[in-house]
Design a protein around this ligand. Structure first.
Ligand SMILES: [Zn+2]
Length: 372
């Protein structure tokens, strides 16, 4: 069994687990930094290891378009290519085909599209999505799915879900050993469709289950509802992964709802506009108030940026558009996310998760997250 539950909570659905992959063991709940183009933006694999990242994410669509599978094959897979020897999760490419590429035609067989870089036509089917992820050599592969937009009509969501389930079955049939395969629960904001999706996927049988179609622009209560209407129908002995989430309090709330795995571009994306995460919420380091401050980005933070540099210096770097500035904020933000999950795991182990959750969510005030 790849997944083992180490401890469960009685006051919430929070779980402390351990997932074994071909490139190492992952302690859950876990945050996975996003390495879209075979790189977690501005941060090296060595730095990721120092930050204690356990697993990173790679984007199949981007790597398929550039550098292409010939190059990845030449370098013996994504681990060797980018020199990251820990676990990697790859998405199926579906999300980007539907959101980024010029979609030409979607049929039962698969999706015809033109890539967003030079318009070259390409085709991806469930079998091809698995084949590409095998070439990448990821430890965890995802099924090809259609992620309906928000808002979405019931009939559209239901039809889309039917096809996504048939695609999931084809992915399972194409899968090989050595790579874990996760199914993806869809069903938009409709509780009956979420349940139908989860039950059908469990019937097919996957190594883990993602909850997709969340964080696609819907209000937070609907996001939480999508989790709450999917989770009860997922087996306790498999990991659950909320795709593309979220803010720090959202992650803690999702852990309380039984989610084990997260990925999100916020820590690195916000770093590039000078926004840093802290226990009391985000701060915009470009603000004039930080010009003369000698303290670190966050008092008590043990990240490489806070160990050495002042807010005033980091602000100067950001204002002068020095590359080091966004690198330092990226390191701090990744550390914040990774450390939040370390604290979450410790709280579940100690049986104090409910107190931790209440206190963390109470103290955290979202400020500069608009427009993300
Ligand atoms: Zn820091």
């Amino acid at each position: 069994m790849a997944f083992e539950l180490v401890k469960t909570e009685s006051s919430s659905k929070a779980r402390r687990g351990r997932l074994t992959t071909a490139h190492g063991v992952i302690e859950t709940p876990v945050f996975m930094p996003v390495g879209t183009q075979a790189s977690v933006k501005a941060v090296s694999p060595r730095e990721l290891r120092e930050l204690k990242a356990q697993i990173i994410l790679g984007n199949t669509y981007h790597l398929f378009v550039r550098p292409g599978m010939d190059v990845i094959r030449h370098f013996d897979g994504l681990h060797q290519f980018m020199r990251w020897d820990g676990p990697i999760l790859t998405d199926s490419g579906g999300y980007q085909i539907f959101s980024l590429a010029k979609l030409r035609k979607i049929t039962e067989e698969g999706a015809h599209f033109q890539n967003h870089l030079d318009g070259t036509p390409a085709f991806i089917s469930p079998e091809i999505a698995i084949e590409i992820q095998q070439t990448l050599g990821s430890d965890i592969a995802m099924v090809l799915d259609e992620c309906p937009p928000w808002p979405c009509e019931y009939d559209y969501a239901a039809r889309s879900l039917e096809m996504t389930l048939r695609w999931a079955k084809r992915c399972k049939e194409a899968a090989t050993t050595g790579q874990l395969l996760f199914g993806i629960v869809q069903g938009a904001t409709f509780a009956d469709l979420r349940r139908q999706s989860a039950e059908a996927l469990v019937q097919i049988g996957f190594d883990g289950y993602a909850i997709g179609g969340v964080s696609v622009g819907e209000p937070e209560p609907e996001m939480m509802q999508a989790i709450e209407t999917s989770e009860p129908f997922l087996p306790a002995d498999r990991p659950r992964y909320a795709m593309g989430l979220g803010t720090p309090p959202q992650m803690v709330e999702m852990v309380a709802r039984g989610v084990d795995m997260f990925d999100c571009v916020l820590p690195t994306r916000l770093a590039r506009n000078g926004t840093a995460f802290a226990a009391e919420g985000t701060l915009n380091l470009k603000n004039a108030e930080y010009t003369r401050q000698k303290g670190p980005i966050e008092e008590g933070c043990t990240c490489p940026a806070c160990a050495e540099f002042s807010r005033g210096y980091v602000r100067h770097l950001l204002k002068a558009e020095e590359i080091l500035g966004l690198r330092l904020v990226s390191l701090h933000n990744l550390h914040f996310y990774l450390n939040l999950m370390t604290r979450t795991r410790a709280a579940i182990e100690a049986g104090t998760f409910e107190d931790f959750r209440r206190q963390f969510v109470h103290n955290y005030k979202a400020r500069d997250e608009a427009g993300t």
